[in-house]
Design a protein around this ligand. Sequence first.
Ligand code: AGP
Length: 614
Amino acid sequence: MCGIVGYIGHRPAYPILIKGLHRLEYRGYDSAGVALMTPEGKLNIYKTRGKVEDLERFCESKDVTGTLGIAHTRWATHGEPNDINAHPHYSASGKIALVHNGTIENYNVLKEALEMHGCTFKSETDTEVLVQLIEYIKESTGCTLVDAVREALKEVVGAYAIAVIDTENPDTVIGARKSSPLVIGVGDGETFLASDATPIVEFTDKVVYLNDDEIAIIRRGEPLQIITTDNVPGEVDIKTLKMSVEQLEKGGYPHFMLKEIFEQPRTIHDCIRGRIGNTGSEVTLSGVIEHKDKFMNARRMIIVACGTSWHAGLIGKRLIQEIARIPVEVEYASEFRYSNPILDERDIVIAISQSGETADTLAAIQMARKCGAFVYGVCNVVGSSIARATDSGTYIHVGPEIGVASTKAFTGQVTVLTMFALALGTLRGTIDRETAAKVTGALRNLPALIKQTLKLNDTIEKLSSTYTYVHNFLYLGRGYNYPSALEGALKLKEISYIHAEGYPAAEMKHGPIALIDREMPTVVIAPNDGMHEKIVSNIQQVKARGGSVIAVVTKGDTTIAEIADHILEIPEVPDIISPIIVSIPLQLLAYHVAIKKGCNVDMPRNLAKSVTVE
Ligand code: AGP
């Protein structure tokens, strides 16, 4: 996600800001920029698509003087990654510059109102709307910069962390936050702002964490002042940092993978935000209603993806077929691209990719479009090659996924595919309002259910010691959770290097049961669904041959508790969203077994986060 750095003090600001952006690179970004107040009170803004190094090269011949400035790394949510959409954004007069991390959900409404007052916009971003609103309030009411920021933020619906500077207040930096973090570093005659403490910790260990709806007013030579958006004085609560830079990058977690597993309540909230209302069954997903005819008349759908995204596709198949009654095939992109498929304009291809750069998936898309098929993308990285190669699509909005093993992207993909199936079913009249309301209600409840399921972490950490030195694992699941078994097996094998296979549970008797012995533990995904009785007998078959069983069960399942060796209880959820909840203990199991084996969970051997070659 985006990164903010700000500085005001006695040293040149530019080197501190650039170093701070480098510290924030781990958050993932697609463009970078800096705004500097020169000693003469002039505002210089430099920004570019690409890396911080690209920004540095761009600034080599520029005036980078000044002891006050703000800087930003952008993770695109609204508007393609390009020079214009990069931050800082500036007001119409050029006097005010602003950087922002977060999403302004009502930016369209605010933009229309400003356009009615004659404002024009250069970028496609929600951020530019905010800086223009601040200037409009300041100029139309004659109020101070602080009051203009305060009043503008009261109009905003959504999440923000911002830093603002103004040529009419050349010795002031203003910071503010709501739902996106902002940290103030209090130095000796100098003050720092940042999205987290990593750019600050080398200069000072004294920090103030802004709270929601708080505004920090940082004036040269004056003590830090905090007020709320309602103009109520806030407390300046200075804390002493105890974490190293590396620990800070991971939010205090030992690994990015564990951080991203624990981020899932928030990332799922971000994924559904603005797409399902607080009540009712309405689903609004970009790229669906605009292509209503395509989806209404589709002969079939073909999902193309790789790895974890392919597993998400298998779940997507069941969701779309069950809810929207459209025939769906799921293909490995690497196979599909060479299969000479029978494909034409009556077909829809759904391309799923976290990185948006997977070569096989991109090639599959290009071939599908050549055959005349309509291609819809489900990606995480805004403006990625796959996002740009499709006819339409939607983003999963889970923020950058740093760990090579996909976790929050998988649950984000399945969540989006659930909403996609609901949107299609509503369009095609194949799902009644009551059923749709049940599913959207369950989706709304997902962040809380995931939070509850994450409480299994300690139990799984202890359990993982039992299985650290096994050489093989079997994962079994049925229905919606057959793909969960495949995904659980992939998680384990790719980070712990233990061979693991996922299978439909009923397939046991067609071969895999020959593998069962004391050395072959089996994970059985057995939520309280229509297949419960059958899966109980699968567990008994494994136990009868001396195999040990870890069962993922619905809380309170006493039947399986009596026969399995270990049970991991998850909350009761409707079948069709159970894979999202089931994936949490399976992610944690893979993580803890790999840690016990001393593996590098964030960068497993032989793997890359994005496979951009065949
Ligand atoms: C998942 O844990 C793996 N890292 C890998 O299978 C990944 O899902 C696959 O390479 C597809 O990547 P994409 O989603 O970025 O296209």
